[in-house]
Design a protein around this ligand. Structure first.
Ligand code: AHM
Ligand code: MG
Length: 332
């Protein structure tokens, strides 16, 4: 059977009127940037791209060289095509307005250019996460307020995982498709059609070193899983934590389970660790499109009305029944 490439998939989506030509171009351009990032990530120390950049981002986190390179790659690839009004990134305090030399389009692109960057120097999977929104005022300049839309309005979302293979996992609102980068031809090939989060699970993913800071519902849920066969769940569970959200979510999409970075009281100024607009929202859209669920423990992530570009949220996502159970524990 002929291989279905990303281009063919997108053209078919355009014919089904699920996406416009502009949106197809946008996703193709993001995919092209992802290929460049994949090359930089895989060359690692040979290309001299490991280690610190010597700067901090808006979150006060030390930037790695690859955080900066990935951010620049996405900006440069997307600024001139005429499909975007502005871009926003984990690595930039303010939105990036399309330079005046280029036309402005009707979409907004948000990204975490290199997610899990603490794993870069130890050669463990990292990724890129992105989200596409409609610009409120097509063709005009956009500002921070333009981005403050609930996740349910996302037009597309995706992530790349730079693992043993580079994969692009994408939704345009018509299910979730996984493409693998063929390094010989340079194309993304559809290898994981219609991905669904398996319902049955024996795995969970949480940074247990934060246990003392968790709220009671999460303490209860994890204790029940840890109790295994002799506990209330009646079976043994396994725990996995890569500390790259993309890798942890990709495992859950493939094998089922629940991923949590819950609310904790480590730093009362922060509602959670992960960022709503370019981490939680795109992952929540993908997981919901794959039949799973995503909440903060108290509300559906995609229903949150954002008030800040870089706001943080608690995240509980994965197999629907597990997410519903943890969410129910927050109500008692
Ligand atoms: P980053 O975007 O700065 O890399 O931070 C987000 C990452 C997620 O990928 C991951 O789930 C989490 O931070 C890991 O945090 P911790 O180091 O607290 O386990
Ligand atoms: Mg991140």
């Amino acid at each position: 059977m002929a291989r279905i490439t990303l281009t063919r998939y997108l053209i078919e989506q355009q014919r089904k009127q699920n996406i416009t030509a502009d949106r197809r171009l946008l996703i193709e351009v993001v995919a092209r940037a992802i290929k460049s990032i994949s090359v930089a990530v895989s060359r690692g120390a040979i290309a001299g791209v490991l280690g610190e950049a010597g700067s901090d981002n808006v979150q006060g986190e030390a930037q790695k060289q690859l955080d900066v390179i990935a951010n620049e790659t996405l900006l440069e690839a997307n600024e001139w095509g005429g499909h975007l009004a502005a871009m926003a990134s984990e690595e930039m305090d303010q939105p990036y307005v399309i330079p005046t030399d280029y036309p402005k389009g009707g979409y907004l692109l948000l990204f975490d250019p290199l997610d899990g960057s603490s794993n870069i120097d130890v050669n463990i999977s990292v990724g890129t996460i992105f989200s596409v929104l409609r610009a409120p005022d097509s063709g005009a300049a956009a500002d921070e307020k333009s981005f403050l839309q609930a996740g349910r309005t996302q037009l597309a979302a995706g992530y790349a995982v730079y693992g043993p293979a580079t994969m692009l996992v994408l939704t345009v609102g018509d299910g979730v498709q996984g493409f693998t980068l063929d390094r010989e031809t340079g194309g993304f090939v559809l290898t994981h059609a219609d991905m669904r989060v398996p319902e049955e699970t024996r795995e969970y993913s949480i940074n247990a070193s934060n246990r003392r800071f968790w709220e009671a519902p999460v303490q209860r849920y994890i204790e029940e899983l840890e109790a295994g066969k002799s506990g209330p769940r009646g079976k043994d569970y396994n725990m996995r934590w890569v500390a790259s959200m993309v890798a942890d979510v990709h495992r859950i999409l493939t094998r089922g389970g629940v991923f949590m970075y819950p609310k904790d009281n480590k730093d009362p100024g922060k509602a959670g660790k992960l960022r709503l607009m370019y981490e939680a929202n795109p992952m929540a859209m993908i997981i919901e499109q794959a039949g799973g669920a995503a909440t903060t423990g108290r509300e559906r992530i995609l229903d949150i009305e954002p008030d800040k570009l870089h706001q943080r949220v608690p995240v509980i996502l994965g197999s629907r029944a597990e997410v519903e159970r943890v969410t129910a524990y927050h109500k008692v």
